[in-house]
Design a protein around this ligand. Structure first.
Ligand code: ADP
Ligand code: MG
Length: 324
């Protein structure tokens, strides 16, 4: 049983950033208004995710660390729209690979703490703490040394984790986010509207230049809505290609979207400009296939050509408007 759990754990949690993503998604699903993340040594030594969400009773806490236990609805449509995680794999996987300590206090209830170490679930105990949930992950992959060998430097791992948090922060501007990496405050975002959140995040990607060069993008085609912002010609020195792509509230790294963004930029701007965008697609659930593999959630458009045309057309118009 333990061996099976550990193999599965390596598949779900490939690196610290994957654990960070799963934990922050859980906090978002828990209705948090404020999420704090702190990492030490790229997340391998410590990942701490705290929220002020609904919390868990001791019974719910015990269920949460069991494999394939999810409190979330399994109705496909609701799952796609409303919740990010729904496989009931994240916490057991992290518990199998690391030292996990979850403290949680539901509204009107007491705080309880549950530890899991290398897959062994300990006795829950009462503790003290604020409403909400704190998940502390220490010594990630101590129980799976093979996985540990594949990790890059702490700096690189921290970078991946930071990107995961930024993506989720972009998709949930109504939640305040704070990220500390080795006691350095990296991100401190208040609750804000989408446009303000986008400019705060894109400004970093574009070397601080985004707020002036942010062009609105807005379009509709075949029932698929596209909105968001793109950095136009005003931005000269985009550091990395900051492409934030969100489909139905879920941050994605989708090749169809990525290519369409590149094509749109090429058509309008001179070579060598990096695309810096935050695009939000709203796709009717029946036009989307969400393919759930243990390692990642994949998203496929039923009609990629329509999505491609929508992105190239709308983004192209937005960029051309900014150039003229
Ligand atoms: P999933 O998110 O797919 O349900 P997880 O292993 O990530 O599976 O979490 C298991 C369960 O633990 C969730 O369904 C939820 O009920 C509970 N849970 C996890 N994190 C939190 C949190 N931060 N606040 C409240 N409940 C949580
Ligand atoms: Mg989850």
């Amino acid at each position: 049983e333990h061996v099976v759990n550990r193999i599965a754990a390596g598949e779900v949690i490939e690196r610290p950033a994957a654990a960070v993503k799963e934990l922050v998604e859980n906090s978002i699903d828990a209705g948090a208004r404020r999420i704090q993340v702190s990492l030490a040594a790229g997340g391998v030594a410590r990942i701490d995710v705290s929220d002020d969400g609904v919390g868990m009773s001791p019974d719910e806490l015990a269920l949460a660390v069991q494999r394939h236990c999810t409190s979330k609805l399994t109705d496909e449509t609701l799952v796609q729209v409303a919740t990010l995680g729904f496989r009931g794999e994240a916490l057991p996987s992290i518990g199998a690979a690391a030292r996990l300590c979850i403290s949680s206090r539901p509204k009107g209830g007491e705080a309880w703490r549950l530890r899991v170490e290398g897959g062994l679930v300990r006795q829950a105990e009462p503790c003290s703490g604020p409403y909400g949930t704190q998940v502390l992950v220490e010594d990630l992959f101590f129980a799976t040394p093979a996985r540990r060998k594949f990790l890059k430097s702490a700096r690189v791992e921290a970078g991946h984790a930071e990107l995961a948090v930024r993506r989720l922060a972009l998709s949930a501007p109504e939640i305040a986010f704070r990220l500390e990496i080795d006691d350095r405050l990296v991100l401190d975002l208040p609750r804000q509207d989408r446009a303000t959140r986008v400019s705060a995040l894109l400004a970093d990607e574009a070397g601080g230049a985004a707020p002036n060069g942010l062009l609105p993008v807005e379009g509709l085609r075949d029932g698929i809505g596209l909105s968001g912002f793109a950095c136009g010609p005003a931005v000269h020195r985009a550091t990395v290609g900051g492409q934030f792509l969100v489909v139905n509230n879920r941050p994605v790294a989708d090749p169809v979207l990525r290519t369409a963004v590149r094509v749109a930029y090429r058509q309008v701007l001179e070579q060598g400009r990096h695309a810096v965008v935050a695009l939000f697609l709203d796709v009717p659930p029946d036009r989307l296939d969400v393919n759930v593999h243990p390692a990642k959630t994949e998203l496929r458009f039923a009609d990629p050509a329509a999505v491609r045309a929508l992105v190239i057309g709308t983004l192209g118009r937005g960029l051309a408007g900014g150039a003229g």
